[in-house]
Design a protein around this ligand. Structure first.
Ligand code: FES
Length: 172
């Protein structure tokens, strides 16, 4: 962040903000994640299309593994929210669902060459949206949901309710 900055943000952040990758909607998405940020009220939709491929891991001998074949986002939010949304789509595309769920905010921040600390919460929006999209996919396709994924989903939903309540208050 020291050498490659553009004011408050790094050049990578500004580039991802101005020319975001995978922006838009996926028609007939397999999973949709909609999340909001309780700190600022910004909102993000993340769409995934799931595909299958032969396992690349030498340990796996049978079956096919599910991957994020396509991923798109729509974000109504700040510069950091849009750039982190773009980055998570780049990071998740082509990964297995398990690998995609392991993407953490620090990986996104690192890919962007850093973020101001007060903007770290924006990267959480992107991580949560991906979790929700996978959760939605598992639910729709009646796949087992792990206790960890369920716990994360419950927390995100709780925060979403707080935002909706706040918006209702503002729009009255
Ligand atoms: Fe809202 Fe960044 S200030 S997500």
């Amino acid at each position: 962040m020291k050498n490659n900055t553009c004011g408050l943000y790094t050049k990578e952040v500004m580039e991802a903000f101005k020319n975001p990758h995978n922006y838009g909607k996926i028609k007939n998405a397999d999973g949709i994640g909609k999340v909001g940020n309780i700190v600022c009220g910004d909102v993000m939709w993340l769409y995934i299309k799931v595909g299958k491929r032969r396992p690349v891991s030498a340990k796996a001998t049978t079956g096919k593994e599910e991957i994020i074949k396509d991923i798109k986002f729509e974000t109504f939010g700040c510069v950091a929210a849009i750039s982190t949304s773009s980055t998570i789509t780049d990071l998740a595309k082509g990964k297995t669902i398990k690998e995609a769920l392991e993407i953490e905010k620090n990986e996104i921040i690192k890919s962007l060459g850093g973020l101001p600390k007060i903007k770290y919460h924006c990267s959480v929006l992107a991580v949560d949206a991906l979790i929700e999209a996978v959760y939605d996919y598992f639910l729709k396709s009646k796949k087992p949901i792990s206790a960890d994924l369920q716990k994360k989903h419950n927390k995100i939903q709780k925060e979403k309710k707080i935002i909706e309540k706040r918006y209702q208050k503002w729009t009255k």
